[in-house]
Ligand binder design. Sequence first.
Ligand SMILES: NC(=O)c1ccc[n+]([C@@H]2O[C@H](COP(=O)([O-])OP(=O)(O)OC[C@H]3O[C@@H](n4cnc5c(N)ncnc54)[C@H](O)[C@@H]3O)[C@@H](O)[C@H]2O)c1
Length: 377
Amino acid sequence: MTIRLDSGLDSQLDSGLGVRESFRLGMIGCGGIGNVHAATARRAGIEIVGAWDILQERAEAFVKEYGGTAVASLDELLAMKSIDAVVVAVPNDRHAACACAALRAGKHVLLEKPMALSTAQCDEILAAAKASTGSLQMGFVCRQSPTALAAKKWIDSGRFGEIYHIKASLYRRRGIPGLGGWFTTKAHSGGGPLIDLGVHVIDLALHLAGHPRVERVSGMTWSKFGSPIADYRFTSMWAGPPKLAGVFDVEDAATALIRCAGGLTIEVNVTWAANIPEGSTRDGISIWGTRAGAWFDVLGKELSIATEEEGMLVDLKPQFDATDPMGQAWDEQYRHFAQMVTHRKTPVATGCQGRSLQAVIDAIYESSKQNREVEIS
Ligand SMILES: NC(=O)c1ccc[n+]([C@@H]2O[C@H](COP(=O)([O-])OP(=O)(O)OC[C@H]3O[C@@H](n4cnc5c(N)ncnc54)[C@H](O)[C@@H]3O)[C@@H](O)[C@H]2O)c1
């Protein structure tokens, strides 16, 4: 059965960026995701006026492609009066220092996920945001994917009834990003797939459920494939082949059960590497509600809904625009970013939500370490 969602979502997705008043952007970190930000900013007509990376040649290559000036230090970038807002797209351990410095300089900030390495660092960022004339938006881009927006719209209409369980999964079989580099070095990343992929799907699950308070978590992490690095059977990964002389001291798989106030549970499974037969698992979000349930791949094109109509169980496939899920999600993230910067609108993903999520991630690591359930105060 095929049905069409009412026009609200369609017009939201069809309207493109809708950025009427543009602003000027500075990029902090010109690596993989810095380039995705820049390409999105270009589509939105947002001007990039400055860029900084610890590797000067990266900043120079970046401005050649996207425009602006490559500067030699963060201070120099933040002193540029022409910059209204910055994107923080550096390794996780630099998030707090860069975001705080930018907020203190009065810039608006789009901060990549995860918010930081600890709730203490998140609190520093929140304090800097409170004292700043700039605003802070978290880079939880998965919330803006066409399937996630469609699911949220359906949930907000009340048609799921009570949502009592959400499964959030992202599986890679041999996809350790940049094995041996900063992603797999705990001091720089804070952890493996839980803090890398888990933040996306846990944030999305909490967002879909209306941000319930998380009370307890039980988690387990494993590190079975990354070390010794030479033994890992690399197939392909966007962050490149293993660096044999590098560090791997994080997990490569994680699972958790998150218990929320009101009884909702969220089951999380994320892997960078695992012996999972092809086709035996599905990435994505499953929602179990009393009146309807759903499944969707975050960057997929379909939302599958099961519900009862006229005393019969029916499967529905709402129709919405999902021609380019990744591009649409990023464009939508920038539409909100522009509204925050130019119209002082409330950020679509807040620092407080980033901090709450960090507490959940920290508690899952602690639960794994202590081999027991952990309460979140
Ligand atoms: N939203 C998403 O879907 C998504 C996807 C990938 C990465 N990320 C996040 O984006 C951030 C960057 O990830 P990436 O994949 O672009 O990594 P990357 O390694 O490709 O890029 C990081 C850049 O930061 C630079 N850098 C390293 N140390 C630095 C320092 N001390 N100061 C300034 N610059 C420094 C590097 O030279 C590099 O150019 C991470 O926080 C990551 O979690 C988000």
